[in-house]
Design a protein around this ligand. Structure first.
Ligand code: PMP
Length: 389
């Protein structure tokens, strides 16, 4: 069964293999008994291995047990879940917030919950797969606008007169590392919402998975652009990246959040996250608020890495963040470059279709990397370039 299909994937160089780490998540990892410098993690602030976070998780297990037993609506959640939601809404300056089990389940649950049959969703063509799947599950019409093209978005919105509108964008695009023009997108939604006689405001839905903890002194993309968190904006974010934990959240106006908690199927029909995971996320928010040095170091490392790679002649596409892709030409070229790095003890995976249209190496840098780690990667890439041209 599936032999033909698997062979086809193999033939196209698209067969993926699972990789099992035999060490903690950090700037160096052990895989197959070999140590690597790890440039593949979204643990941007190195919080996954932070002792205070681990200690909070252990204390929560001792008090609340490990598994949560049932969904939030059936008392699977504990006081920590409620506390985290309060902390998130304070952190994101919103009236309310709701915790989801993952970023994937947030996007696939919230988008169908907030959209109805006659609505129109406007989605950036490069949005994350979980947004694409959320749109597929929605009964609304989905219209794609060209990547970051606000003029195109505005034209498409004008064409859908009288319809309720939902604009969806990643804040930081996960494979390209570029940032959405949120100020302009916000402006389009704002002027749309100010039109006289408007009954329902357009909703702006921002997936801030890679912005939270990274942009705006850690507060995320809205803070980075100095945009007010209006009640018609939904900020979705994850605890699984810069927060070093697991799970996700939606932060917005009280009514929207109440509606989502009553209608998002991925929230209603799924067991609540274990208390230890929630405790880790609570601690992560505290650390991000307090430890500005980690965020500063992340940006120092980002500059060192991306300038270093550009200086030796690689194309880092449109990266503006700690996500730094290297354009690789064909799938085969991407695999060859990733394999060459692997042989030198650098873990930087090739990203292939369908995850991206253009094959690449996706490098992510964190505040836990040292200058030596980064310089070793740049030197290895330089040697490779000298050999292959
Ligand atoms: N949105 C974006 C932009 C992401 O990059 C990801 C994860 N790669 C998700 C959502 C899904 O988050 P999670 O891993 O918590 O399911």
């Amino acid at each position: 069964m599936f032999e033909k299909e698997l062979n086809e994937l193999r033939r196209k160089n698209l067969l993926r293999h699972l990789i099992s780490r035999a060490s903690n998540q950090g700037p160096t990892i052990t895989v197959n008994n070999k140590k690597f410098i790890n440039f593949s993690s979204n643990d941007y602030l190195g919080l996954a291995s932070q002792p205070e976070i681990i200690e909070s998780a252990i204390m929560a297990i001792e008090k609340f047990s490990f598994g949560s037993g049932s969904s939030r609506l059936l008392a699977g959640g504990c006081t920590l879940h409620e506390r985290l939601e309060k902390d998130v809404s304070r952190f994101k300056d919103t009236e309310s917030a709701l915790v989801f089990n993952s970023g994937y389940s947030a996007n696939t649950g919230i988008i169908p919950a907030i959209t109805f049959k006659d609505d129109v969703i406007f989605s950036d063509e490069m949005n994350h797969a979980s947004i694409i799947d959320g749109c597929r599950l929605s009964r609304a019409k989905t219209v794609l606008y060209r990547h970051k093209d606000v003029k195109h978005l505005s034209e498409l919105m004008r064409k859908e007169k009288g319809k309720r509108k939902i604009v969806i964008t990643d804040s930081v695009f996960s494979m390209d590392g570029d940032i959405a023009p949120l100020k302009e997108i916000y402006g389009i939604c704002l002027s749309h919402n100010r039109e006289p006689g408007k009954r329902d405001p357009a909703i702006l839905y921002i997936d801030d998975a890679h912005g939270t903890g990274v942009l705006g002194n850690g507060k995320g993309a809205l803070s980075h652009f100095d945009i007010r968190p209006e009640p018609w904006i939904i900020q979705m974010g994850t605890f699984s990246k810069a927060m070093g934990s697991f799970g996700a959240f939606a932060a917005s106006g009280e009514n929207i959040i109440k509606w989502i908690s009553n209608t998002a199927r991925s929230f209603i029909f799924s067991t609540a996250l274990p208390p230890c995971v929630i405790a880790a996320s609570i601690k992560a928010i505290q650390l991000i608020k307090k430890e500005n040095k980690l965020i500063e170091k992340l940006w120092v490392n980002t500059k060192r890495l991306s300038e270093g790679i550009k200086n030796i002649g690689y194309d880092t596409m449109k990266s503006e963040t700690p996500i730094v892709p290297i354009r690789a030409g064909t799938i085969r070229d991407a695999m060859k470059l990733s394999d060459a790095l692997f042989r030198k003890g650098i873990f930087a995976p090739a990203i292939r279709p369908p995850s991206v249209r253009e094959p690449r190496i996706r490098i992510t840098v964190t505040s836990a990397h040292t200058a030596e780690h980064i310089d070793f990667l740049i030197k290895t890439l330089e040697d490779k370039k000298r050999l292959t041209g």
